[in-house]
Write a protein that binds this ligand. Structure first.
Ligand SMILES: Cc1cc2nc3c(=O)[nH]c(=O)nc-3n(C[C@H](O)[C@H](O)[C@H](O)COP(=O)(O)O)c2cc1C
Ligand code: SF4
Ligand code: SF4
Length: 429
């Protein structure tokens, strides 16, 4: 069995699976039950001034029979008094000393307010702090959450204030509601953050009721933008994690969050640079017990690959993520249809005809049987036909040899720059 324990900026946990700050970490009762089930850590539901919440506050998108592909909420931070939360954090840490308990914090952008709350939560024995600069709805009007999290200077300054007094590692949780996440990630690093976590939820409106014309969800007939999460946001979160992981001026550990529902998702985030992961929607959908499959699956995966420690996979795919200008323009794949698997649904033919390069031919063989064949010389290898094909293995994307050696756009431009002014035929490049 592989060693699943992680050390994220000094915060240790027996496995990389933490609960994200959200409804499943709202109380000692819940976090203790989660730890009993096997979760390695928990980021407590954000602490701050007691808050009033609205009713209703959640909505979800189901897709093609799968419930809760995307989830949305207009909930705020904890609605329970700080003293109550602190007492329960203390008791939970005492019962589960080997698990990571991180306190998520959100206060007004005032130095003394940050100092005060940091001291109070550290006194009850938390392993670390997570600064919530991400909440997209509510409290922004008070300068908190994403109102701070979208401004690099405010992220840097408030991180610095926390670091002035913090004795435990400080994780800065980033909002995805920004053009370039690396700007705020870098600001957090500049402010002295020990780690970053991402992503918090994405601005969203889940829907409109066609009969009442109310938003979904609505509160007495009125709606507000809410935070989007769940499986649908995973590609967005993974990209943001990867961008931070490969950024030369960030260089602090990452806690990956966003649409993680099983061990495979977790491995992807860790390969792309996350030292551990946090989960919210999948637990809201299926409960704490999903941790059993997550641990078992991760263990199997590592054993099969002969990897002794989960920490050994962290960041192993980061160097494979680059810019478009670094991709080989001469690499070529084509689609190949396997007749024995094809059920003649014609989906690939229609997609290639209408939305790609019209290179799938409908032919008839010597027995009068219809079949489809790709004209490989005209196929651009876009993948569309294999994406829409409903039969596994009916369309294979096959690498074909290129007449030209590898050359990226950047290399091509550099070569053109070197050659400009001389008489070489630059069209051949
Ligand atoms: C109902 C709800 C409440 C949340 N409350 C908080 C919160 O108090 N503090 C916080 O930092 N993030 C909060 N989040 C965001 C989650 O911690 C997490 O960043 C986000 O849901 C993405 O992860 P997921 O796709 O696994 O759900 C909340 C999310 C949901 C769905
Ligand atoms: S890969 Fe693209 S271009 Fe090639 S056959 Fe499929 S859809 Fe057509
Ligand atoms: S989409 Fe797949 S199954 Fe359908 S015709 Fe094309 S190859 Fe055959």
């Amino acid at each position: 069995m592989a060693d699943l324990s992680i050390n994220l900026a000094g915060i240790k946990s027996p496995n990389p699976f933490w609960l994200a700050s959200a409804p499943p970490t709202n109380s000692g009762y819940q976090v203790q039950r989660a730890f009993e089930a096997g979760w390695g850590g928990a980021v407590w539901k954000t602490l701050g001034e007691p808050i009033l919440n609205v009713s209703s506050r959640f909505a979800a998108i189901s897709f093609n029979g799968q419930r809760v592909m995307g989830f949305n909420n207009i909930e705020l931070i904890t609605d329970r008094p700080l003293e109550e939360n602190l007492k329960e954090i203390y008791e939970t840490k005492k019962r589960f000393p080997d698990r990571a308990i991180v306190a998520s914090l959100m206060v007004e952008p005032k130095r003394e307010k940050w100092h005060e709350i940091v001291k109070r939560v550290e006194d009850v024995g938390v392993d670390g702090l997570e600064l919530n600069f991400g909440c997209p709805h509510g409290m922004a009007e008070r300068g908190m959450g994403s109102a701070s999290g979208q401004v690099p200077e405010l992220v840097e300054r408030q991180t610095y204030w926390v670091k002035e007094v913090a004795r435990t590692p400080v994780i800065v949780k980033l909002t995805p509601n920004i053009t370039d996440i690396t700007a705020t990630a870098e600001a957090a690093a500049q402010g002295g953050a020990d780690a970053i976590s991402l992503i918090n939820t994405i601005n969203s409106l889940m829907g409109v009721d066609l009969d009442t014309w109310n938003t979904i969800p609505h509160v007495a007939g009125k709606g507000a933008h809410g935070g989007y999460c769940g499986p649908a946001v995973k590609p967005i979160a993974l990209n943001m994690v990867a961008e931070c992981a490969r950024h030369p001026r960030i260089r602090i550990p990452i806690s990956g969050i966003g649409g993680i529902s099983n061990w495979r998702d977790a491995v992807e985030f860790m390969l792309m640079g996350a030292t551990g992961v946090q989960v919210c929607t999948a637990v809201m959908h299926h409960g704490f017990r999903i941790i059993e499959d997550m641990i078992e699956g991760l263990n199997h995966y590592l054993d099969e690959k002969g990897i002794a420690s989960v920490m050994d996979i962290v960041g192993k795919s980061v160097s494979k993520y680059s810019d478009w200008g670094d991709l080989d323009l001469n690499y070529k794949v084509v689609a190949r249809i396997h007749r024995e698997r094809c059920i003649q649904c014609n989906k690939c033919y229609i997609s290639c005809e209408d939305a790609s390069h019209q290179c799938i031919e409908r032919l008839v063989d010597e027995n009068g049987k219809e079949y489809l064949k790709v004209r490989e010389e005209d196929c651009v290898g876009c993948n569309l036909c294999s994406i829409v094909c409903p039969v596994d293995g009916a369309i294979e994307m096959v690498e074909v040899p290129s007449e030209h050696p590898p050359m990226t756009w950047n290399e091509r431009q550099a070569a053109l720059g070197r050659l400009s002014g001389c008489s070489v035929d630059i069209k051949s490049l």
